[in-house]
Design a binder for this molecule. Structure first.
Ligand code: NAI
Length: 299
């Protein structure tokens, strides 16, 4: 099979001034893409900002013979996002790929967390993906082509102590993907999620140093590149880190029909049966679950 290339394609990577986003941006450029390196350049908690980080990645790309422009907009800023998309369109005339990667952390246990820290994290991860996506959706529809990768996390999929805001924000992106994978299908717009594990400033305090050396951001990027390629799947969740790639899914047990007037006690007494995951399925859309309910209710 031929190499995956992005010649003539335009790729926006948000949060690409460092960590995973930088690695993604460099690799897309190496594979022929024209890259918009977006980064607010703030601190890990989202405070502050400058275009220095994005400029440095553009310099690296250009030095290696690639094409890139820097963009210092916050992904949560409507006017900034609109300007980034306008600038990209007027320079290159199309947008093929969006990698929604920008993110911040404000870790605290739920009892100590104030709502401002909860809202800020949801805003950057969820609305910071939604806003660029919304700004380019009709462009991709008109092109009849688009590839989108959102960045979820094991915290969203499975939980992590002290990260209720982050976990809620990260799994919301899977919910967003699950509907957009259906709505984009007609125009060959595919959307997937990456669940990375990588040593970056975000994981500096979360992983011991000896573990950090095994998790380079460059080991996640091949997964992102495939999810954004012409032959990408649609609606997949790919976990990646340290050279390991695995797929995650939301599955549902077959379930038990307990009758139209089932009581709370019936639910309790059938709990083992209800939670028997032998033969569990992942559904392509919510309606598949409704259809199963109907089918089982008339069996
Ligand atoms: P990082 O902190 O190095 O990168 C995040 C980048 O996003 C930073 O360069 C930051 O300036 C930028 N950013 C933050 N707010 C922004 C905004 N409002 N507008 C534009 N840019 C903004 O951390 P890392 O690890 O590279 O994170 C990348 C993504 O991967 C994040 O979404 C993170 O939640 C996710 N992730 C990372 C994991 C890891 O193991 N490193 C695990 C799971 C998910």
């Amino acid at each position: 099979m031929s190499d995956i290339r992005f010649d003539e394609q335009v790729v926006i990577v948000t949060g690409a001034g460092g960590g995973l986003g930088r690695s993604h941006a460099l690799e897309f450029a190496r594979r022929g893409a024209k890259v918009v390196v977006n980064d607010l350049g703030g601190a890990l908690d989202g405070s502050g900002g400058s275009s220095v980080a994005a400029d440095a990645v553009v310099t690296e790309i250009v030095a290696a013979g690639g094409e890139a422009i820097a963009d210092g907009a916050s992904v949560t800023n409507d006017a900034g996002v609109a300007a980034m998309v306008e600038r990209t369109m007027s320079k290159w005339g199309r947008i093929d790929v969006l990698i929604a990667n920008a993110g911040i952390l404000r870790d605290k246990t739920f009892s100590k967390m104030d709502l401002a820290d909860f809202a800020a994290v949801v805003d950057v991860h969820l609305m910071g993906a939604v806003k660029p996506l919304k700004a380019i959706w009709d462009i991709m529809r008109a092109q009849n082509y688009g590839r989108i990768v959102v960045t979820t996390s094991s915290t969203g999929l499975y939980g992590n102590f002290g990260q209720s805001n982050y976990g809620a924000a990260k799994l919301s992106l899977v919910g967003l993907m699950n509907t957009l994978k259906l709505e984009g299908g007609k125009n060959d717009i595919r959307i997937n999620a990456i669940s990375p594990v990588a040593a970056t400033r975000m994981t500096d305090n979360l992983m011991p140093p000896e573990m950090l050396t095994k998790f380079a951001p460059e080991q996640v990027t091949p997964g992102v590149v495939y999810l954004a390629s012409r032959d990408a799947p649609n609606g997949a969740i790919l976990a990646a880190g340290a050279g390991v790639f695995a797929a995650a899914q939301i599955v549902e047990s077959d379930g038990a029909y307990l009758g139209r007037t089932a009581s709370a006690e019936a639910v309790r007494d059938n709990w083992t049966n209800i939670t028997n995951f032998a033969g569990a399925e992942a559904y392509p859309a919510g309606m598949a679950q409704t259809q199963k309910f109907l089918r089982k209710a008339v069996e």
